[in-house]
Write a protein that binds this ligand. Structure first.
Ligand code: NAD
Length: 300
């Protein structure tokens, strides 16, 4: 029995970052300073701290300037807002990312709306959401994880995705909805399925390209997949270690797709970890360079 090709997100992200490093050098020579990404972290959530550290490390590795602003967990809404305003006003900063989630006393939607849309490298500002929905991709900054999904789909299916039946399971603002808009812009026929979808298995079986962004371990079964489909698994779930594992074994990370059975049906599939995960930071770097170019051109 043939097994699906594994879509190697780690390698594709590394290649993208390598290309970006060369582009960053060229930008710095022309503009007199490198692309600059500023990340705002509020509080001491360990997972958020790791994400922020990884973003900073990747930025520096590819020759970007990286700025980190850390505020205490009890920082007021006004304190976070004034940090964002200062970064908006700093012409040497090209990208601003406020690490989510924010503590309860900070109004996250209001903070996102304060970010200069031209520096909104997460693509969450309503203006960028609107530009993406309107198909104005040359003016938008688009969310990083969905951009990574499209890059992986292209790697497996070729650059022309036109006409493919794409089914996205999940309708969040961070992954599902923007992934749908991006795939529509690629001329796919797009279906968004969600927690109230009837006959989810049948809907999934239509997909040439199946994107799972649910957050339910191994929800998508092998027999929900059309033979020869490409499967992109965005889910990151902690599964308990197997019963026979040693007592100090750590939980494993698994996706939303039941991997082994799916692998026997699909033509190409992303592993978890090592699929979509590494692409998110690579796309953040891509957005930062795009933002830097646009700001440099606008000031010429
Ligand atoms: P979310 O909880 O905001 O949205 C989940 C979506 O799944 C909802 O739209 C809901 O309608 C749908 N859903 C829930 N149960 C369902 C069911 N039984 N059947 C069908 N649909 C169902 O989650 P999110 O932020 O979009 O993230 C989804 C997953 O992707 C999570 O596991 C998250 O950790 C992961 N994620 C990974 C990355 C990355 O790789 N860098 C980035 C973001 C999110």
């Amino acid at each position: 029995m043939t097994e699906a090709k594994l879509i190697d997100g780690k390698a594709i992200a590394a290649a993208s970052n390598e290309a970006l490093a060369a582009e960053a050098t060229a930008f710095a020579e022309e503009a007199g300073a490198p692309p600059c990404l500023a990340v705002v972290l509020v509080g001491d959530d360990p997972a958020s701290a790791i994400y922020v550290r990884n973003k900073g490390r990747t930025a520096e590795k590819i020759g970007f300037r990286s700025i980190k602003r850390v505020l205490p967990a009890d920082a007021s809404h006004e304190a976070v807002a004034s940090e964002v305003a200062a970064l908006n006003d700093d012409p040497s900063v090209h990208g601003i990312l406020v690490q989510l989630p924010l503590p309860a006393q900070v109004d996250a939607s209001a903070i996102i709306e304060l970010i200069d849309p031209e520096k909104d490298v997460d693509g969450f500002h309503p203006l960028n959401v609107g530009r993406l929905a309107a198909g104005e991709l040359e003016r938008a900054l688009v969310p990083c994880t969905p951009a990574g999904v499209v890059a992986l789909a292209r790697d497996a299916m070729g650059d022309d995705l036109a006409g493919a039946e794409a089914v996205i399971v999940g309708r969040s603002n961070i992954v599902g909805k923007p992934a749908a808009h991006l795939l529509l812009a690629e001329n796919c026929t797009v279906t968004i399925a969600h927690s109230r979808t009837r006959s989810l298995a049948d809907v999934c079986r239509r997909a040439d390209l199946l994107v799972a962004a649910v957050g339910r371990p191994a929800l998508i079964q092998g027999d929900w997949i059309k033979p020869g489909a490409t499967v992109i698994d965005v889910g990151i779930n902690r599964a308990p270690p197997p019963a026979d594992a040693s007592p100090d074994a750590r939980p494993r990370l698994i996706g939303d797709v039941d991997f082994e059975p799916a692998r026997r049906v699909a033509a190409a599939i992303t592993p978890v970890p090592g699929g979509v995960g590494p692409m998110t930071i690579a796309m953040l770097m891509r957005n930062t360079l795009t933002a830097a170019h646009r700001q440099f051109e606008a000031r010429r």
